[in-house]
Each structure stands twice: as structure tokens, then as C-alpha cells.
Write a protein that binds this ligand. Structure first.
Ligand code: SF4
Ligand code: SF4
Length: 447
């Protein structure tokens, strides 16, 4: 049969496969030994595209959050709830559970074309199939929950912790709780989650405009099928809609798109496919299409580029550029210098000594050996520690550092009347001269 209309189910399934594959594989891909994305509460680190950020370096986070939120606004303004229908894990899980496990494998449901009839659980065999379906889904939920946790605990650590779960109870409880939540939610709550729980469902309607691409019933051709909220009889419908109800039966959220756009619609386009199959037989164009109100009214193409969407693209581009620049310029070392409570110490030979506590952290992904020097003041020397020290990747260290005057008279050459001499201390990696930080402090001298 010649097809006049486009069908979306196959394309959507391909998108589901790509999304699932990417979500499963990303935690295992490493760049410079670091994950593409990892938010580790354990190690207090964020990995982003192979760059490691310590908790003190999360200045990149606001720009990522701006990108995320503005990205959601952009996508919704552009194409409505496309995320829900095409890439949301909940929708993918429901397709796996309802359409593959319950319908195709176990035959508990008659057809994926009718999602309005719940499985008949009055017979023993069907009860058994239902339990079997939940058990299969439970195993898949366990895999999905583990995969989700890989974004917070690296896979290698995750498996090591789980083989010794008595000592990692928090992670174990999270794994069990997420698995149980997914099992019960997908098997029993279903699309009610999208309608009543998901916060995205609440905000999306305010982001729509008449150019937003969404699922839409052509009431000009098909005619209105509701009058004062009541469904008209087949004979009363004065248009091309033949009231076959295929679009209603296939809808996973149990709505009738012919009523107009509704909050419950997840943009899965199942109804468009259903109507296309009917209209193809009649050699007509589908009455339910993926278009925009303006495009349908004016019979032209959807306007993707308009003020709002261009504005969102600009904000995303700016936030991303800042985030990438910050990650490029990220320091490979952190340093804090604090003075001890003692102002100074007069040594036996009259020299003056000041004590400092330096907090080092190697934020690079490889070990480095560090030492430090006093800049622009040849009259001060380091008396402790005398040897450089090595820190492993991510390791922190607290060092007591002693500075003393080389010669009493010279030490205050330019500040003879001052009790406080400003100094600059530079800490650096002796194996990589690019890694260095200079901090200002003071050297206190008796009046
Ligand atoms: S009306 Fe129902 S079937 Fe159609 S896109 Fe929305 S959720 Fe999917
Ligand atoms: S599938 Fe098309 S023809 Fe059938 S009821 Fe829905 S809109 Fe009307």
C-alpha cells in the first residue's frame, strides 16, 4: 500500500535504542582517566568531559545548571514535550515493560495498538504472567538503578562496594530503593507518573507558543468531535474523521487528542501513526500531525527560528562557552595559606621566624611533587620543610611552613619602620612548571 503519511514509531524506537545505549555506556568512557560525567559525593568531585573539579572548584556548576534549564526551556518552546515521547527513560521503560514484556513476550495484553484495556487478571495463568513480567522488569530495574548510580559512583568502585555492601550500606540502600521504586512505578503507576508527579509536565504548558511543534489534530479537516465537552456521535461529525477511535485506543496517557492539546500528552506521536494508517487507506493526509498551530492554520512550515528560540540558543552558547573556558583554565592545584596564632618568634641569633599552615590539594589527575618559594624578598628563607613533597592525584596535605629572616638588618630593608611586611609565596610543582599558585600573606616583625 502506498504511504502518503510519515510514521514515527520506528524512528522513535531507534531513538530509544540510541538513548539507552548512550546512558548505559557513558559511565564507562574515560578521558584522561576520568569519566565524562560523574558527581562523586564520596570523593567530593565533579568529572566533566574528563576534567575533574574539586568541591572548592564548582564555579563551573552554575553555568552547567543554566545550560540545563535554558536547554529544557529551549527544547520545550521548540518542540513541546519531545523529550517525554522520544528520550525520557520513563517512557522507554514503559515501552519495554508494557509493549515488549507484557504484550509481545507474555501476551498479557492483546496489542500495543490498544492501551486502554488492562490485562485480564482473573485467570491463574494471567496472574502468573503478571508476576513473571514484574520479575523480569525487576531485573531490568536493578540494571537501570545500577547504571543510574554509576553517574555518582564510578562502575569499578560501585562493584567493589557492592561486593562488600555491609560496609557501604548507604549505597546499598540507594540501590535497593531505586530498584524498588522503578519496579513498582513502571509496573503499577505507569503514565500517571507523567500526568500527576513529573514537574516538567506542570511547567511545559507555559513555554508553548503557537509555533511550538507538537501533536495536533486538524479540526478544520476532521471537524470538531466534541460539543460542550461531550463526544459527538459518529453521524454528527461533519468532517474527514471517521470516528474509528484508533488514535484514542493507542494513547498511553488515555486522552483524546481531538479535544485539543492537553497537559497529559507526552508527544509520543502514537496517535499520529494510528491516524496515518487509517488515512493512508483512504488515500488522505493524516488528521493528526506533528506540526504547530500556526503551520496548520496557515498551511506552511513550522517556524523553528524565532525570537524566543534564538534568545535561548544565545544564552546556552554563552553559558557553555564560559563553562568550557573555566574547565580549560582550571587550576591543577589548590592552596590556602593561614598564619599560626603566634605572630613571630625571635631566634637565639636574633633572627625572626614566622609560621604558616599551608593547605595543598593536588586537583590534577596524576601525582606531582611540590615545593614553594618566597617571591621578591631575598631576605626571607624557608627553614621548614627543606625537601619537596609529593601528593597523589586528588590528595590533600597540610604543611607547617617556617620562614625566617636571613639577616636581621636586611630583612626589613624596605619596611624598617613597619612591623608587617607583605610577602608573596608561590607554591609550584617541580615536575610541571605550569602548575603554580601565588598567594599573598604577611611576615610579622617586632617594632
Ligand atoms: S495524544 Fe496520546 S498518543 Fe497522541 S502524542 Fe499525546 S500521549 Fe501520545
Ligand atoms: S484515527 Fe484519525 S480518523 Fe480515526 S478517530 Fe482518530 S482522528 Fe479520527
Amino acid at each position: 500500500m502506498e504511504r502518503l503519511n510519515s510514521y514515527f514509531r520506528k524512528k522513535r524506537y531507534i531513538m530509544y535504542l540510541i538513548t539507552t545505549f548512550m546512558i548505559m555506556v557513558i559511565p564507562f568512557i574515560k578521558i584522561n582517566g576520568n569519566q565524562i560525567f560523574l558527581l562523586s559525593f564520596d570523593k567530593k568531585q565533579l568529572h566533566l568531559l574528563g576534567v575533574v573539579f574539586d568541591m572548592q572548584e564548582l564555579y563551573v556548576m552554575p553555568f552547567l545548571l543554566i545550560t540545563l534549564f535554558v536547554g529544557i526551556f529551549f527544547l520545550t518552546t521548540l518542540a513541546g514535550r519531545i523529550w517525554c515521547g522520544w528520550a525520557c527513560p520513563h517512557t522507554i521503560f514503559r515501552v519495554i515493560y508494557r509493549d515488549i514484556i507484557e504484550t509481545k513476550i507474555l501476551g498479557l495484553r492483546k496489542s500495543i495498538e490498544n492501551k486502554q484495556i488492562n490485562p485480564d487478571l482473573s485467570t491463574g495463568i494471567n496472574k502468573f504472567k503478571k508476576i513473571l513480567g514484574i520479575l523480569i522488569w525487576f531485573i531490568l530495574s536493578l540494571i537501570a538503578a545500577s547504571n543510574f548510580l554509576f553517574y555518582f559512583v564510578p562502575p569499578n568502585d560501585f562493584f567493589a562496594y557492592m561486593s562488600d555492601y555491609h560496609n557501604h550500606m548507604v549505597l546499598f540502600i540507594f540501590l535497593v530503593a531505586i530498584t524498588e521504586f522503578l519496579t513498582l512505578e513502571i509496573a503499577f503507576v505507569g503514565e500517571n507518573f507523567c500526568i500527576y508527579v513529573c514537574p516538567y509536565c506542570r511547567v511545559q504548558s507555559v513555554l508553548y507558543d503557537n509555533d511550538t511543534k507538537t501533536i495536533i489534530y486538524d479540526s478544520k479537516r476532521g471537524s470538531a468531535v466534541y460539543k460542550n465537552g461531550t463526544l459527538l456521535d459518529k453521524k454528527e461529525i461533519d468532517g474527514e474523521c471517521i470516528a474509528c477511535n484508533k488514535c484514542v485506543r493507542v494513547c498511553p496517557t488515555h486522552i483524546d487528542i481531538r479535544k485539543g492539546l492537553q497537559l497529559e500528552c507526552i508527544n509520543c506521536l502514537e496517535c499520529a501513526d494510528a491516524c496515518s494508517s487509517v488515512m493512508d487507506k483512504l488515500k488522505k493526509k493524516t488528521l493528526i500531525s506533528w506540526s504547530s498551530t500556526n503551520a496548520l492554520l496557515n498551511n506552511n512550515k513550522v517556524r523553528y527560528f524565532r525570537g524566543k528560540t534564538i534568545g535561548y540558543i544565545l544564552v546556552i552558547a554563552i553559558a557553555l562557552t564560559i563553562a568550557i573556558t573555566l574547565s580549560h583554565n582550571k587550576s591543577s592545584m589548590l592552596l590556602n595559606i593561614n598564619r599560626t596564632t603566634e605572630s613571630y618568634k625571635i631566634l637565639e641569633n636574633g633572627e625572626i621566624e614566622n609560621h604558616y599552615i599551608m593547605l595543598f590539594q593536588n586537583t590534577d589527575n596524576k601525582p606531582h611533587t611540590y615545593y614553594f618559594k618566597v617571591l621578591d624578598n631575598p631576605n626571607l628563607e624557608i627553614t621548614r620543610p627543606l625537601e619537596p613533597f609529593t601528593l597523589k592525584a586528588g590528595e590533600k596535605a597540610k604543611k607547617r611552613v617556617f620562614l625566617k629572616t636571613i639577616e636581621q638588618s636586611n630583612a626589613i630593608s624596605n619596611a624598617s619602620k613597619d612591623a608587617i611586611i607583605p610577602i608573596k609565596i608561590m607554591a609550584y610543582a617541580i615536575d610541571d612548571e605550569k602548575i603554580n599558585i601565588t598567594k599573598e600573606s604577611i611576615f610579622v616583625y617586632p617594632q
